[in-house]
Design a binder for this molecule. Sequence first.
Ligand SMILES: Nc1nc2c(ncn2[C@@H]2O[C@H](COP(=O)(O)OP(=O)(O)OP(=O)(O)O)[C@@H](O)[C@H]2O)c(=O)[nH]1
Ligand SMILES: [Mg+2]
Length: 425
Amino acid sequence: MYQIAGLFKNTTSYTKSLFLDEIGLVMLVGIVGKPSCGKSTFLNALTMVNAKVGDYPFTTVDPNRGTAYVRSPCVCKDLNVEDTPKNSLCKDGIRFLPVQFLDVAGLVPGASEGRGLGNKFLDDLRQADVLIHVVDASGSLDAEGNQVDKGSWNPLDDVKFLEEEIDAWIKSIISRDYVTMKKKASAEKIEFSFLLHEKLTGLAIKKQTIEVSIREVGIIDDDANTWDDKLDELITTIRKKAKPLVIVANKIDQPTSHKNFTKMKEELNIDIFPVSALAEVFLRTENENSTLSYSPGDPGFKILNQEKLGEKKAQLLEKINSDLLQKYGSTGVQEIISHVVFNLFNMIVVFPVEDVSKFTDKSGNILPDAFLVPKGTTAKEFAGKIHTDFAKNFIHGTLAPSGRRVGADYELQNNDVIKIVSAVK
Ligand SMILES: Nc1nc2c(ncn2[C@@H]2O[C@H](COP(=O)(O)OP(=O)(O)OP(=O)(O)O)[C@@H](O)[C@H]2O)c(=O)[nH]1
Ligand SMILES: [Mg+2]
């Protein structure tokens, strides 16, 4: 049994499945933004890893990593069993599935040409499935993260510059060999999508994403003469698909933030999430100190020990309650994980087992692993995520508790419990 107090730390109670990271079944979310916008605070709010925070630019140089958990109703309730999770946690019939977060150094204009800490941090983000752009919604920092008069900076400029900078980074990778690629394509009749996929392989960009983007912008894949004019548009299209950006309006607790948040929502016309990373860290810390009871995502808290809390913190809590929780419904941090996993990526949860009558693995653990996979994943693709040999030698899948046999093309459903039967022992 895990301890509730340890649930949201990177605790030892979270037993890692052997193959989790190796096969990329855990999503990786990169946290980006200009210096001092609150990236490390946001990581701490999600994971309580204690990354260093400072009110000066470039506090973070080397990336910080942490695990946060997305919630999903667990199948244990429907099956009426008490589970023994291994790769995730289960509390009161809710599974908490791990999602990895990476907080990197701040991004300043011109980083792709080496300014600030240059491209190093972008290279740290190569494997990220999605990027969260933390924006200082209070508008109190310039482009370099230096403090300016509160509200005097327009956060919309941050959104634009970050997109441009990531595009410039991808372009710099392509540019190195662009001329050679074109020559090769013409001489050997090789398609652009093939060459680009090879070039961008380190960024974990799928070939299909490149092919779709090429079609979308109207480039002819095997005609190098059509590439130049649309190259910038192509890079932006690929970036949007391969590294989608979620915008977080951080420091929403500040007086100048609401106006900027509304303006950003109107002008960008996309989902923007109001967040106070600092308030979330405070609430979670006090929960761990047992002065109050608070669970991430809760719309409120309950004070447990007024005396230990002290007057100053009690006043701060009152302010958090009136200016933040009552106004926005929560600190906003937990919603972002759900949004990324279930709205943006359309993930479903699948439970692989060995024994379909007991829902156990080889060691008798009940519903040990729960994996997030994209909706539309087939039984065979899922087998391949567990082990490439399982896909190659796939025979069939067996669903629990029905015992129904399913073939390679069966599309997995949310909360499917499945045994993969393959010729590999
Ligand atoms: N009011 C308020 N302050 C915040 C919030 N989040 C972060 N801060 C403050 O912003 C400052 C910078 O926070 P960091 O988390 O170090 O910012 P960063 O983006 O990681 O900065 P670099 O590592 O230098 O790029 C600190 O003083 C934080 O306390 C928030 O939600 N509200
Ligand atoms: Mg930092």
